[in-house]
Design a protein around this ligand. Structure first.
Ligand code: GAR
Length: 191
């Protein structure tokens, strides 16, 4: 089977949907959750589903290939970023060419880049008076939120929407589409 690592440092709701999607799957397995926050909800979700966890630290992560060896040793073949906010170092991208994808809670190329994550994205979308927002699933390259897009889905931004209500709409789209898109992309790498 292809072994996926999910990088998740938030509440982990997307990680959970992906883990559930692949439970019992014959060829694709969520083998690891990688997290940089010791108190992240994603860790509880991993424990609940008996997925092993790798808790990482900033200095070795950005130094380069420190964790590449750990991922290779665990035979990870594909990486899914689901609420992971650190920039992925070049060494990791080179070790997993076209095998790292991310989900972003807006319609890239708008509202991406450094500092644009979670609530900040939804605040910016509402402040700009956008009529729609949505999700973008894309390949990860050296530049924040600039890798080739794979899939987008949109939702309406209504006059009364708050960052919280918009976040909810975006989460609905994420949970609906992300597991299926991960499966489609990973299947391209099946031997
Ligand atoms: C998701 O909405 C994801 O799009 C966003 O973090 C949230 C994590 O939620 N990612 C980014 O903002 C990346 N720049 P979750 O922990 O409930 O899955």
């Amino acid at each position: 089977p292809i072994r996926i690592a999910i990088f998740a440092s938030g509440t982990g709701s997307n990680a959970e949907k992906i883990i559930e999607h692949f439970t019992g799957h014959p060829r694709i397995k969520v083998a690891l959750v990688v997290c940089n926050k010791p108190d992240a909800g994603a860790l509880n979700i991993a424990a609940h589903h008996q997925v092993p966890v790798l808790l990482i630290e900033k200095e070795p992560f950005f130094r380069g290939d420190a964790y590449v060896a750990a991922l290779k040793q665990q035979e990870i073949g594909f990486i899914v970023l689901a609420g992971f906010l650190w920039k992925i170092p070049a060494a990791l991208i080179q070790a997993y060419p076209n095998r790292i994808i991310n989900i972003h809670p807006a319609l890239l190329p708008k509202y991406g880049g450094k500092g644009m994550y979670g609530r900040h994205v939804h605040e910016a979308v509402i402040a700009a008076g956008e009529k729609e927002s949505g999700i973008t699933i894309h390949y990860v390259n050296e530049h924040f939120d600039e890798g080739a897009p794979i899939f987008q889905a949109a939702c309406v931004v209504e006059p009364g929407d708050t960052p919280e209500s918009l976040a909810q709409k975006v989460h609905v789209l994420e949970h609906l589409h992300f597991p299926r898109v991960v499966e489609e992309v990973v299947r391209r790498y099946e031997e």
